[in-house]
Design a protein around this ligand. Structure first.
Ligand SMILES: [Zn+2]
Length: 108
């Protein structure tokens, strides 16, 4: 089973207890990280946005998140942390892929 790991404490994080959080200061998105909810650890709490991993780890929620990013770029936002965003999306899509594969194996 593919597991998700907290970017802050390094321990496994389940979709039920984790979030993908980032910094949104009104013009820039940055500091994307997958963590336990209590480990988000961003410097300025008022700029923090997040989505629960249980939502993001379903294909509908994943797509919603991509749409949310597109909406921000449409508004003229800058992406400052492409590496962090790619790493987070990579982890989530791997998680979805393994989950889907496992479900398929069970029904085959
Ligand atoms: Zn953690």
């Amino acid at each position: 089973m593919f597991k998700l790991y907290c970017d802050v404490c390094g321990k496994e994080v389940t979709p039920e207890e984790g979030t993908l959080s980032w910094r949104d200061d009104g013009s820039t998105l940055s500091d994307f990280r997958i963590t336990h909810k209590q480990d988000q650890n961003h410097s300025e709490i008022r700029y923090v946005s997040y989505i629960h991993l249980w939502m993001l780890s379903g294909i509908a929620g994943y797509t919603k998140f991509i749409q949310l990013l597109i909406d921000h770029w449409d508004k003229g936002y800058t992406l400052k942390d492409n590496k962090g965003l790619k790493k987070a999306l990579d982890q989530i899509s791997n998680y979805i892929w393994h989950k889907t594969k496992k479900n398929k194996e069970q029904t085959d």
